[in-house]
Design a protein around this ligand. Structure first.
Ligand SMILES: Cc1ncc(COP(=O)(O)O)c(C=O)c1O
Length: 248
């Protein structure tokens, strides 16, 4: 949704060339407009620096590979990951969650295991689990919200059982903007031996995310909501979990 407004005071809009003068762009939660440095970096990447990554032995390819790995290191430090090896580049948060469901889920879950979601999840954090339910017979529980629109962690505490192997929740809601107490969610999941996956699509652009403090097991987010390109996203998981996931 784009709303016309008097934005003469917002000089920084000059840095977003796709936002015309006089507009206030209010749809950043769905997808962010791209700042000029991002557009220039993408253009430079294709117009000047482009070559294969991790597949060539010539200088241009080595430079491109280095740039690619520097990006991975910057993403890792941006979210407080302990190693760049824990950053898996994917096409977006939807693909990241599907990757966890397909690879980790297929390997570590069996019929009768339960996973717990909440009623405010984005479809990206519902459908992959429904597909897994159809394929291997897991059960899905859905936690309610509090009266003020937060995921009800007291209810989750009461719902969780040792049959739960995964809790998958939005860190910040794309509908309500409510912020999850992620550390408590991790403690509750771990108390019954479940893993915690956080959908960080709305959190990473807005709140400082430090994986080391949250102690979750999977964290996913997308580039296009973070002022980056469309078509790239991140799956973070601890190394030992990634090691246990077969290629998909
Ligand atoms: C909370 C949340 N999860 C997942 C997604 C999907 O992200 P992507 O477009 O990277 O697949 C969105 C985007 O609308 C979102 O807001």
């Amino acid at each position: 949704m784009t709303v016309l407004a008097d934005t003469r005071a917002l000089d920084h809009l000059a840095d977003f060339p796709a936002i015309p003068a006089g507009w206030a762009y209010l749809d950043t939660a769905a997808t962010a407009q791209k700042p000029r440095p991002v557009i220039e970096a993408i253009t430079r990447g294709y117009a000047e620096d482009y070559a294969t990554v991790h597949r060539g032995v010539y200088q241009r390819s080595a430079d491109m590979t280095l740039a690619f790995e520097v990006a991975r290191e910057r993403v890792a430090s941006f979210i407080g990951a302990s190693s760049p090896n824990e950053i898996v580049f994917v096409r977006g948060a939807t693909e990241a969650i599907n990757l966890v469901a397909q690879s980790w889920g297929n390997t570590h879950l069996k019929a009768g295991d339960r996973i717990l979601l909440s009623t405010l999840e984005h479809h990206s954090n519902i459908v992959p689990w429904q597909l897994l339910r159809g394929r291997i017979g897991i059960e899905i529980d859905v936690a309610p919200l509090t009266i003020d629109g937060r995921i009800d962690l007291d209810a989750i505490e009461a719902m969780l059982t040792p049959a739960h192997k995964l809790v998958a929740l939005a860190h910040v809601s794309n509908v309500l903007g409510s912020v999850l107490d992620a550390r408590r969610a991790a403690d509750l999941a771990h108390a019954v031996g479940a893993k915690l996956l956080l959908d960080g699509c709305q959190a990473v652009p807005r709140v400082g995310v430090n994986i080391a403090d949250i102690l979750c097991d999977f964290y996913v987010f997308s580039g296009h909501k973070l002022y980056g390109p469309t078509g790239i996203g991140v799956l973070w998981a601890r190394s030992e979990i990634l090691e246990s996931m077969p290629p998909w």
